[in-house]
Write a protein that binds this ligand. Structure first.
Ligand code: ATP
Ligand code: MG
Length: 405
């Protein structure tokens, strides 16, 4: 580009002050909570989302001041977003990197295409983690790219049993198959249509943690308290902060690693890094999300600055906010399952009156009108003066909602 004005690095580009327009690529729940945070600070929000059916809405489209109904790679839609907004971010990590680059020619984009594309591709992500290990102090699980039958024949015994993961588009445990033998890998690879995959050694996890960090355009970064995550059926079930298993040493290492990575990427915005903690206490980096993350939803009710308000600050080139946690918290994902009694197909509204009678219960629903099992419909955060109290409230909430605690 022969552009004398570079919105990504121009020192003269001022902060985007309210009531400026901020744009977000993606209309899901992360876009909705981003829009709500931005609006509470006085911004106007435009969402780009391909809503297919006429009259249909999306979680973010219901609250944004403008919905640009266009595909993620639709030139006219991207240009409309860029023309209206002073900064654009993304809530959907599989936005084509080329679309972010196109936006970046005329508007400030955070995070930029480079940061997002690393997280879109498990091979690029692993390469980044390995390359950064000297600075971050952590390595990913042993792994191997599987792109052909020959790659399968060459698998080292050390990598089995393992997990075969598609390189692109995986989320919530989708695009993953657990494998014990080379024949399992062959079958799984065929089952995935022979798309390029990554075979990862199955590690003995003691528990899982994640760290949210944010970096501003001036290079200053902040880090949130470490969160301990429990998954069920490949989907995040609860996040507990402070994590009952997490040692001070583990927290410090993970936070240091996250900040080293965000600096190495010269990233602007909120980034979440997921880690495994093994039985011997060692830390292994799993993956990163170039955006606010499900495991960071607790920050909305338990920290001075929520992860969404932090994203607003970073993209608006404002000072980053205080990440201090003021209350212990447990976040429970509300999946569509809570709308169904046992094996019944009949939809019933959960007993919100009982849930909200629990002290410290903070309910967030995403405006999705068709509950389905396994679909993220909302989340509930229980905050309390002490962690055992918050955990007790979580237990009670699960009983009310018919969720096995
Ligand atoms: P997300 O919903 O976080 O995007 P994802 O589908 O991208 O998930 P991963 O985070 O790679 O997938 O894996 C999902 C879960 O599977 C992990 O949180 C962990 O519980 C388990 N898992 C993944 N890789 C390994 C491994 N190498 N060893 C042991 N368990 C693993
Ligand atoms: Mg994950």
């Amino acid at each position: 580009m022969s552009n004398s004005y570079d919105p990504q690095s121009s020192p003269i580009l001022p902060t985007a002050n309210p009531p400026a327009w901020l744009g977000v690529m993606g209309g899901g729940q992360l876009g909705r909570m981003f829009a709500q945070a931005a609006q509470s600070m006085g911004y106007q929000v435009a969402v780009l989302e391909p809503v297919l059916e006429p009259g249909a809405t999306c979680p973010a489209g219901q609250v944004a001041q403008r919905l640009v109904n266009a595909g993620y790679d639709d030139g006219a839609g991207l240009d409309a977003l860029a023309a209206q907004c002073l900064a654009v971010t993304t809530e959907f990590e599989n936005v084509p990197a080329g679309s972010l680059s196109r936006l970046a020619q005329s508007v400030f984009v955070a995070p930029n295409a480079d940061g997002v594309s690393v997280a879109q591709d498990r091979i690029a992500e692993k390469r980044f983690f390995v390359g950064c290990a000297g600075k971050s102090g952590v390595l990913p699980a042993p792994h191997k790219v599987i792109a052909s039958e020959a790659d399968i024949a060459a698998i080292d015994d050390e990598l089995l049993p393992g997990i075969l993961k598609t390189v692109r588009m995986g989320y919530d445990g989708k695009g993953q198959v657990r494998v014990r033998t080379r024949d399992d890998v062959r079958a799984a690879f065929a089952g995935m249509g022979q798309v390029t995959c990554l075979l990862e050694k199955m590690l003995p996890l003691a528990y899982e943690v994640s760290v949210l960090t944010a970096r501003g355009v001036d290079g200053a970064s902040v880090v949130y308290p470490i969160a301990e995550n429990v998954h069920r059926d490949g989907i995040l079930f609860t996040t507990t902060v402070p994590g009952p298993n997490v040692s001070a040493d583990c927290a410090a290492k993970a936070q240091r690693a996250a900040q080293a990575m965000v600096a190495e990427l010269a990233y602007v915005g909120v980034l979440c890094i997921e880690f495994f903690v093994l039985a011997d206490g060692s830390l292994v980096v799993n993956e990163m999300a170039p955006r606010p993350h499900n495991s960071g939803h607790y920050t909305m009710d338990a920290c001075v600055t929520s992860q969404f308000a932090q994203q607003v600050r970073a993209m608006a080139r404002l000072p980053l906010g205080d990440t201090r946690q003021h209350s212990p918290a447990v976040m429970l994902n509300l999946l569509g399952d809570a709308w169904f009694a046992d094996d019944s197909d009949a939809i019933r509204e959960p007993a919100w009156d009982q849930v909200l009678a629990l002290p410290g219960a903070c309910l967030h629903l995403y405006g999705k009108d068709d509950p389905r099992r396994g679909r993220k419909m909302g989340h509930l955060t229980l905050v309390a003066a002490t962690l055992p109290e918050a955990q007790q409230r979580l237990h009670e909430a699960c009983l009310i909602l018919g969720i096995a605690p």
